[in-house]
Design a protein around this ligand. Structure first.
Ligand code: BJ8
Length: 423
């Protein structure tokens, strides 16, 4: 990797602490990925992106800002990245998936909060995340209670705009969300000094749609048996979608999808035909959290689809491009997010169980594993209704709870082994 220390120092990183974080990533990545056999060659690009995660992409963000652009960060798939792009910004998902940041987050947040929220605050407080150090604005959202309150702390550390998400998918909820989308536009226009236009929004919608389409094509190939790509490789591609350059990501993912489609035609798989197929659902699995996929795929099964925000929820549905004016297009954009994404923060949220059943059939899975992060109460409460629905549909179901700390892999492996034996 090139020497980026000067850039990191200018971004205000705590270099000593950051060195410790950087030292932890390569062994984690090697342990989770590089032991795999017969990976598609298209994964070389994604390996490189992970190797350069604090280097090349950060340099691109710094250059973008030098050229007058801005960078926004988010933690949720409800935040419409199209608006940031349409106003000349770059959107990055702030990963918050590492145990490294949790103790720092616990200095200002209660311990009994989900690790994703604690890691988010910890990453900012510890000054070890160059993405966080690059953002001009965090676009947060009122989804779960933990996030909602944590944004008050976040707002003391970095400019933060909180979008108010409705609790219900009702006409009133949609009206609130459409207004929130417009409030975000005003905030971004203020930052960028630009005015949102119909053409700039349409072109951003097309760019994001192309990215989502490439992921859909990749996921489509995972319906095959033998499956042409491991779950953990597909997961890392999905995780990278949140911060890579969108055009490059689209091109590289489309190429990977094409290679996987050819593998399917040739009957080439990464696991033998007939390997038990798992649908994973639950809380988001953000970079560099690869624990559950790794355990499942080294226990004799393969993850073939993820119904979560680092899986199908990210690319589900499309924005209706038919409106001919900016107002209509903004409504269409707002509608896609509320209509198509089924998060447990909504009540009721039957759409998620419908999605799990549909995907379980489409991907011909043998079982569903519902993975919740510790203290993620919305998804944990929803586990009961999801389990009842799976039982009614005759789909085997396993509930797992985990966090970012190492140490529970052994116990998880035992439970997964028992589940696989029961299938
Ligand atoms: S759309 S899942 S990304 S809110 S922070 S809910 S893990 S307790 S992230 Fe989410 Fe948007 Fe919904 Fe998806 Fe649980 Fe933690 Fe809350 Fe979390």
């Amino acid at each position: 990797m090139a020497d980026y220390r000067e850039m990191w120092s200018q971004l205000g990183l705590d270099l000593e602490l950051h060195d410790q974080l950087c030292a932890a990533l390569p062994p984690l990545f090697e342990g989770a990925f590089l032991h795999q056999k017969d990976r598609p060659s298209g994964m070389d690009y994604f390996n490189m992106v992970i190797a350069e995660v604090h280097g090349l992409r950060i340099k691109e963000l710094v250059d973008h800002k030098r050229n007058g652009g801005f960078v926004a960060g988010s933690f949720c798939v409800y935040v419409p990245e199209e608006l940031v792009m349409a106003l000349g910004g770059v959107m990055v998902g702030l990963c918050a998936g590492s145990q490294f940041w949790v103790p720092e987050g616990e200095k200002v947040l209660p311990r009994n909060l989900c690790p994703l929220i604690k890691a988010a605050l910890g990453a900012k407080l510890s000054k070890t995340c160059p993405y966080f150090q690059s953002v001009d604005l965090v676009i947060a959202e009122n989804t779960c209670d933990g996030k909602k309150k944590a944004w008050e702390e976040m707002g003391r550390l970095v400019p933060t705009h909180v979008m108010d998400l409705p609790n219900r998918k009702s006409p009133e909820g949609l009206a609130l969300w459409r207004a929130e989308v417009r409030r975000l536009v005003s905030r971004l226009e203020g930052i960028s000094g630009r005015k949102l236009t119909y053409d700039s929004l349409l072109s951003a919608i097309d760019k994001v749609e192309a990215k989502r389409q490439a992921l859909r094509e990749l996921y489509e190939t995972r319906k095959a048996d033998p499956v042409p790509i491991s779950g953990i490789d597909a997961l890392v591609a999905s995780q990278i979608a949140f911060y890579d350059d969108p055009d490059r990501f689209t091109a590289m993912t489309a190429q990977l999808a094409q290679e996987c489609a050819q593998r399917v035609q040739g009957g080439i798989g990464v696991f033998p035909k007939g390997t038990k197929r798992i649908l994973l659902t639950g809380s988001p699995i953000v970079v560099p959290n690869w624990k559950v996929h790794h355990v499942i795929e080294t226990t004799g099964a393969v993850v073939v689809v993820e119904e979560n925000c680092t899986g199908t929820r990210y690319f589900t549905g499309s924005v209706d491009r038919s409106p001919r004016d900016l107002d209509g297009l903004l409504d269409a954009l707002a509608d896609r997010y509320i209509r198509d994404i089924n998060c447990a923060c909504f009540s009721p949220n039957d759409g998620r169980a419908d999605d799990v059943v549909r995907l379980a059939r489409e991907y011909k899975v043998d079982g569903v594993v519902d993975v919740t992060l510790s203290f993620c109460s919305t998804y944990q409460v929803e586990q009961g209704s999801l389990q009842r629905r799976m039982k009614a549909e005759g789909i085997p179901f396993l509930a797992l709870e985990t966090d970012y700390a190492p140490g529970d892999e052994g116990q998880m492996r035992t439970r997964i082994e028992a589940f696989l034996e029961s299938l």
